[in-house]
Design a protein around this ligand. Structure first.
Ligand code: LMR
Length: 398
C-alpha cells in the first residue's frame, strides 16, 4: 500500500529548520521558525521555569492521567492571563478552558469541535496568515476563506479593506483573528481599530476565534490583550487558542489552551462536554509537565514577577533588534526603506523579499527566512549575525 505514496512537500516553516540543520556553512543564519534567541544566539530556559520545575520535581507524587480537559489550576491561571482577574467572564463563569498540546492542539480541537457541531461554518483568516492555519481547519473538514488585511506594499494594515471584508462575511461563520504580533507580518490593529473590528464581528453575528500565541511580546501582557478585551463583550461568544510556547520559552513542552466563552455558564458546561469528546478522540488527555510549570509560575507571586521581568527582557531585545536591523539596512542599502519594520510587533515581519530572493538568500548566503512575503524572525537577529545578514539581504535585493 505504501509504495504508491508520493512525497509530501516539506513544511513551509519547520521544513526550513530541517534544511538549516543540514547546511554545513558555519556562518548560516536561521530566521525561519518563531523561536526566541538571546544575545548569544541561544534559546535559554527561563529562570522562573527552572525554579518551577525544581519545585514540581520535589512535589510530584505520581504520573497519573490528567482529566480530559487538563488541570483546573492551569485553566484558572490561563483565564486570568487572558481576561485579567476581575473580568465579568470569569465571575459569571461563562468561560471554560481545556489544556491542549500547544496552540496548534488548541486550534485542532477547536476545528474538530466546529466541524462536528457547525459543519457549514466557514473559517475566515487574514490574508496572509500563519501557513498552518488554513491547513488545520481544512484538515478538520471545514471550509476556509480569507479576508483582506495588509496593503499592497505588505508594510501596513489596510484597515478600510479589512473592515469591508469582515462586513461581507456571512452570519454564523468563524473569523480567525491574531490577538497580537500578527504572524507572519508583525502588523497589528490599534486598540481603537480593535473596537471597530469587534463592533463589526458582533453586529454580523460572526464567531471570533482568537489565536493568542505571543502575549507579552508586543507591548506587554495587558496591552497585548486589547483586541481580546474589545471582543469579550457581555453575552458574546468566542473561542481563544492560546500558547505558552513563546512567552514561557516552553516550545517542546507543548503548552496551550482552548478557552470557550459562552453566553451562560450552562451553555459553557455543555460546550465543555463536547470539547471533551473532541479531545478524547484526538489525544485522550493533555501532557502534564509544561502546563504544570505555567500554573506553578503564575500561582506564585515571586515566580510570576520574575517571569514578567524575563518576558519584558525578551520583548525589549526583539524591539532593539528591530531598530538595529532598520539602522544597519539603511547604512548598507540607503535606497531601501525598512523603517516600517521598526514599529511592527512581536517576532515577525515581512522583509519584502520575493520567493526567488528568499531562495537566493538560502542557497547563496545560507540565510533561512520563510517564503511568501519573506517573513523574518526578528528574534533570531543578534549583534553577531546582523552584519552578514544585512549584507546578504542587501545583495539579493540589489
Ligand atoms: C512559527 O510560525 O514559526 C511558529 O508558530 C512555529 C510553528 O509551528 O510554525
Amino acid at each position: 500500500m505504501f509504495d504508491s505514496l508520493a512525497f509530501a512537500p516539506p513544511d513551509s516553516i519547520l521544513g526550513l529548520t530541517e534544511a538549516f540543520r543540514k547546511d554545513p556553512n558555519p556562518r548560516k543564519i536561521n530566521l525561519s521558525v518563531g523561536v526566541f534567541k538571546d544575545a548569544a544566539g541561544s534559546t535559554p530556559i527561563l529562570r522562573s521555569v527552572k525554579e518551577a520545575e525544581r519545585r514540581l520535581l520535589d512535589a510530584e507524587q505520581n504520573k497519573g492521567y490528567l482529566p480530559i480537559e487538563g488541570h483546573p489550576e492551569y485553566a484558572a491561571r490561563v483565564q486570568e492571563l487572558l481576561f485579567g482577574s476581575a473580568h465579568e467572564i470569569q465571575s459569571s463563569r461563562r468561560a471554560v478552558t481545556a489544556q491542549t498540546p500547544g496552540g496548534t492542539g488548541a486550534l485542532r480541537v477547536a476545528a474538530d469541535f466546529l466541524r462536528k457541531h457547525f459543519p457549514h461554518a466557514t473559517v475566515w483568516h487574514s490574508k496572509p496568515t500563519w501557513a498552518n492555519h488554513p491547513a488545520i481547519f481544512a484538515a478538520a473538514g471545514l471550509g476556509v476563506q480569507s479576508y483582506a488585511y495588509i496593503d499592497g506594499a505588505n508594510q501596513a494594515l489596510d484597515f478600510p479593506a479589512m473592515l469591508a471584508a469582515l462586513g461581507e462575511i456571512p452570519r454564523g461563520d468563524v473569523v480567525l483573528l491574531h490577538a497580537c504580533c500578527h504572524n507572519p507580518t508583525g502588523i497589528d490593529p490599534t486598540p481603537e481599530q480593535w473596537q471597530e473590528i469587534a463592533a463589526v464581528v458582533h453586529e454580523r453575528g460572526l464567531l471570533p476565534l482568537v489565536d493568542f500565541a505571543y502575549q507579552g511580546f508586543g507591548d506587554g501582557l495587558v496591552e497585548d490583550a486589547a483586541g481580546l478585551a474589545a471582543l469579550a463583550r457581555p453575552g458574546k461568544e468566542l473561542l481563544i487558542c492560546s500558547s505558552y510556547s513563546k512567552n514561557f520559552g516552553l516550545y517542546g513542552e507543548r503548552v496551550g489552551a482552548l478557552t470557550l466563552v459562552a453566553d451562560s455558564p450552562e451553555s459553557a458546561e455543555r460546550a465543555l462536554s463536547q470539547l471533551r469528546v473532541a479531545i478524547r478522540t484526538n489525544y485522550s488527555n493533555p501532557p502534564t509537565h509544561g502546563a504544570a510549570i505555567v500554573a506553578t509560575v503564575l500561582s506564585d507571586r515571586e515566580l510570576r514577577s520574575d517571569w514578567e521581568t524575563e518576558l519584558a527582557a525578551m520583548r525589549e531585545r526583539i524591539h532593539a533588534m528591530r531598530q538595529l536591523f532598520v539602522r544597519t539596512m539603511k547604512s548598507k542599502a540607503p535606497q531601501l526603506d525598512f523603517s516600517f519594520l521598526g514599529s511592527q510587533k512581536g517576532m515577525f515581519s515581512f522583509s519584502g523579499l520575493s520567493n526567488l530572493q528568499v531562495d537566493e538568500l538560502r542557497t547563496k548566503h545560507s540565510v533561512y527566512v520563510v517564503g511568501n512575503g519573506g517573513r523574518i524572525n526578528v528574534a533570531g537577529i543578534t549583534e553577531q549575525n546582523i552584519d552578514p545578514l544585512t549584507t546578504a539581504i542587501a545583495a539579493v535585493l540589489q
